[in-house]
Design a protein around this ligand. Structure first.
Ligand SMILES: [Zn+2]
Ligand SMILES: [Zn+2]
Length: 393
């Protein structure tokens, strides 16, 4: 232990589990986290922490000003739940029908509250400031991160470095992973509205079959990743929605395709966006139809800065030991912590929650998702040591 008293951490560990369970019982969807927000703000104020509410609607920001001047470090927790009906039979099961903390954000929030408690007790010894960002709505773009940043969460005091964590059901409990570079993909969405000419199924020569055009567009778009992207650059185009037609004997006049693009590289991201529109409109034109493409830019890629990531890895060695600092794969999933990392160097790392022996194996966003809560104090200790060590310089 560097500067952490064992007794104080043990008390915090118990509190963090209670907090996580409280939040798990009362989940709220993105930008509707009113009770969650009040719970966080009440706790921060009770700790004597300067607290700002209503940031990006339901976000909360706590500011711990250290006893001596220095740098400012931001820690972030996302606080929203998902539209999923919980299937776990546990005492802390969700009481809100159709809403569940199935991604672990209840844990993130509890970890940051626990960290707030430890750091507020040691505020006199801190050289610099800590910004505690409780962010609403991570799960649904445009998300809460951009809005919090637009409202100045990184400006006053000016933030020098940002750190965030995600609990991970892919990694065993007791482990931590910190990977440098791009770790999560840019996640965009697109919408293709195809217009042809409808009519009788038996008179195709008088029609322009929007359904067939949609099928050709879909096939053509799948050639983009296969034939125009370097196989060493990760990229995904998925068309998850196809809508056309009302009856088997009517040729549809309209069709709708909706999909998502995942990339790490910015140039590739922009190129695919351009090519999706070019290919879709050209294929439609070749078949005498029209196609209107709407491309919605989503979260950018999460890119961990190298020095900050090496620093987090060092902290992880001291918290869980060298053997439990593990590798993680890049993920094609999206995460709006990316916006914080665009504004300041930092690292988004993972804390393992998986426990095969206890059957805690269901993945994120699954109705039976549940975590090994032994991961929570690991998160608190990681955050606490990151701050103390960073501010010591
Ligand atoms: Zn999620
Ligand atoms: Zn999540």
């Amino acid at each position: 232990m560097v500067s952490t008293s064992v007794a104080s951490l043990r008390n915090v560990a118990e509190q963090v589990v209670l907090d996580r369970r409280h939040l798990h019982v009362h989940p709220e969807l993105g930008f509707q986290e009113r009770q969650t927000s009040r719970f966080i703000a009440d706790r921060l104020r009770a700790l004597g922490i300067e607290t700002r509410t209503g940031i990006a609607e339901t976000g909360v920001v706590g500011i711990i000003r250290g006893g001596r001047p220095g740098k400012t470090v931001l820690l972030r927790a996302d606080i929203d739940a998902l539209p999923i009906e919980e299937e776990n039979d546990v005492p802390y099961r969700s009481t809100v029908p159709g809403v569940m903390h199935a991604c672990g954000h209840d844990g993130h929030t509890a970890i940051l509250l626990g960290t707030a408690q430890v750091l507020s007790e040691r505020r006199a010894n801190l050289r610099g400031n800590v910004v505690l960002a409780f962010q609403p709505c991570e799960e649904k773009p445009p998300g809460g991160a951009q809005a919090m940043i637009a409202q100045g969460v990184m400006d006053d005091p000016k933030v020098d470095a940002v750190f965030g964590l995600h609990l991970s059901q892919e990694l065993p409990v007791g482990t931590v992973a910190a990977r440098p570079g791009p770790i999560m993909a840019a996640a965009d969405m697109f919408r293709l509205e195809i217009a042809g000419k409808g009519g009788h199924a038996a008179r195709p020569h008088e029609c322009v079959d929007a359904g067939l055009v949609a099928a050709q567009v879909m096939v053509a778009l799948h050639a983009l990743v296969a034939r125009e992207v370097n196989p060493l650059d990760p990229a995904v185009i998925t068309i998850g929605m196809i809508q056309a037609g009302t009856a088997p004997n009517i040729i549809p006049d309209r069709a709708l395709l909706r999909g998502t693009t995942r990339t790490f590289d910015t140039e590739l991201r922009e190129r695919l966006a351009r090519r999706i529109e070019e290919v879709a409109t050209s294929v439609a034109a070749a078949m005498r139809a029209t196609c209107v493409c709407t491309y919605e830019w989503g979260y950018p890629s999460v890119v961990n800065e190298a020095v900050s990531t090496a620093f987090v890895a060092d902290i992880a060695r001291s918290v869980v030991g060298e053997a439990r600092l593990v590798e993680r794969d890049q993920s094609m999933g999206g995460e709006d912590f990316a916006y914080f990392l665009q504004r300041a160097p930092g690292c988004f790392f993972n804390v393992g929650t998986r426990n095969e022996d206890r059957g805690l194996v269901w993945g994120h966003h699954h109705p039976r998702f549940d975590i090994d809560e032994a991961a929570l104090p690991v998160g608190v200790e990681m955050f606490t040591r990151i701050v103390e060590s960073y501010l010591r310089g």
